[in-house]
Design a protein around this ligand. Structure first.
Ligand SMILES: [Zn+2]
Ligand SMILES: [Zn+2]
Length: 266
């Protein structure tokens, strides 16, 4: 079976990935991919916001590095994208970024549930000790819903990221999922079926089967992403991700060309 595009991968400019875009592209060709997309962590307006993204003055270099991979592997379609952090109030900045290059898509991701705490940051793991899991998940899904509602993103990244280290509320999260998925459907956002979770403590694809089942019922489209931070992670566990997606009923996934959606059979 043909592999769907791997639309979520990083580059060393974000300071926690290794291998240049040409190395990811080479790996993708070896695995039989016909399409991939780079979506490195976008810069913030303030370069010292945190230490796990490119600086704003590296944005052009990022685009050049992706272009180099495109020239080196003409048989592979390589999309140009960003994984953009959504925090309330960042909308104007995100519009400025969008205007700077001919992007194929933006993945909107929530990592921050406050101005300073990214729930998936292993260096901030101790924060979880002083927080109630339900409260974190509620704030996270509020922000994810807001991200979808902005209309700034084609894809919403790893929708249940707070499960990364295994922190799950005992309360039923269905109302949080429901609100978020309604916003995603209304604004035409696809869900990133992201295999990185399988490589983390939670040992689960993002998002969970429960979320994907609800998404399928509402006809929310999906994309696939390895969230590769190293060339050998390209396309990792895609067989499992496709099995999950097909298992809940999906027969199509999505790709984006200059921010326009196209459907592909899976
Ligand atoms: Zn990363
Ligand atoms: Zn992310």
């Amino acid at each position: 079976m043909a592999l769907p595009p791997d639309l979520h991968m990083h580059t060393p400019l974000c300071r926690h990935a290794r291998g240049e875009p040409v190395d990811y592209a080479r790996r993708a060709v070896e695995l039989g991919f016909t399409e991939i997309g780079f979506s490195d962590h976008s810069p913030m307006r303030q370069n010292d916001f945190d230490d796990w993204r490119m600086r704003f003055d590296q944005l052009d270099e990022y685009v050049e590095n992706v272009r180099k991979a495109q020239s080196a592997f003409p048989q592979l379609t390589i999309r140009l994208a960003l994984e953009v952090d959504y925090l309330p109030g960042q909308e104007e900045w995100i519009r400025e970024l969008a205007a700077r290059h001919p992007w194929d898509y933006f993945i909107g991701s929530v990592h921050y549930v406050s101005d300073t705490w990214a729930v998936d940051n292993p260096h901030q793991l101790s924060e979880w000790k002083s927080r109630d899991a339900w409260e974190v998940w509620s704030v996270y899904f509020d922000r994810l819903t807001m991200a979808a509602e902005t209309g700034l993103f084609e894809i919403i990244g790893h929708a249940d990221l707070p499960k990364k280290f295994g922190h799950k509320p005992t309360r039923d999260c269905a109302p949080l999922y429901e609100r978020f998925l309604n916003a995603a459907k209304k604004m035409n956002c696809a869900l990133d079926v992201n295999t990185a979770g399988l490589r983390k403590d939670c040992k689960e694809i993002y998002p969970s089967r429960q979320i994907l089942e609800r998404a399928f019922k509402k006809e929310v489209p999906i994309t696939f992403g390895s969230d590769a931070h190293a060339p050998e992670e390209v396309g990792m566990n895609f067989a499992e991700a496709m099995k999950l997606a097909r298992g809940v009923g999906y027969r199509e996934c999505t790709r984006f060309v200059r921010r326009r959606r196209e459907m592909i059979r899976i």
